[in-house]
Design a protein around this ligand. Structure first.
Ligand code: 5GP
Length: 175
């Protein structure tokens, strides 16, 4: 069976939106100690670009490792923490940075987890949002793009660990 990647969002389109999100966050967190919590592995590319788009002298970056998918493309709903934060976030203003909110199960779980760490506030920034697949109600405060129910890859997003290194976002078509 052959496969080809059909582009959905170009590198230029993504970069322009990431710049806007960065400016918005820098404005809204001007007087706060903001901590970007990058959810690994999927948000490593988006998070790196977003962090550099946020012009803020007291912005910290930390990482939270999760695993919610097996080799397939359907969410198991089970979120396993594979790597915890390196420092406490108590009293700080946290933004959880996700590649994509699909069913919402992962982010709902991470929001509960984060609240136990007593931050001053927690918001969610997701590059992509797929509202059609929603299973739980979660507020996504900053959304890059709302997309249809397609399994997307690239710009950090994988398909069985492949395609994370693509500079754009696409859909795999098999025929
Ligand atoms: P949720 O728990 O919201 O269903 O899914 C969250 C996680 O599932 C994301 O962080 C991502 O790792 C994975 N995921 C959901 N939809 C997609 C998709 O279309 N493509 C890829 N590559 N991963 C997805």
């Amino acid at each position: 069976m052959s496969e080809r990647v059909v582009p959905l969002l170009s590198a230029e389109t993504i970069a322009a939106r990431v710049r806007e999100l960065g400016q918005q966050i820098a404005d809204e967190y001007r007087d706060k100690n903001v901590v970007l919590v990058l959810v690994l592995k999927g948000s490593f590319v988006f998070g790196a670009d977003l962090a550099r788009a946020i012009d803020h002298p007291r912005c910290r970056v930390d990482f939270l490792g999760t695993r919610s998918y097996g080799e397939g493309t359907d969410s198991s709903g089970v979120v396993q923490i594979t790597q915890d934060l390196s420092r406490p976030v108590e009293g700080e203003d946290v933004i959880i940075v996700e590649d994509i909110v699909d069913t919402g199960l992962t982010i709902a779980h991470l929001l509960e987890l984060m609240k136990t760490r007593r931050p001053a506030s927690v918001k969610v920034c997701a590059l992509l949002h797929k509202p059609a697949r929603k299973k739980v109600e979660v507020q996504v405060d900053y959304v890059g793009f709302t997309i249809e129910d397609r399994f997307v890859i690239g710009y950090g997003l994988d398909w069985a660990e492949r395609f994370r290194n693509l500079p754009f976002i696409g859909v795999v078509e098999r025929g």
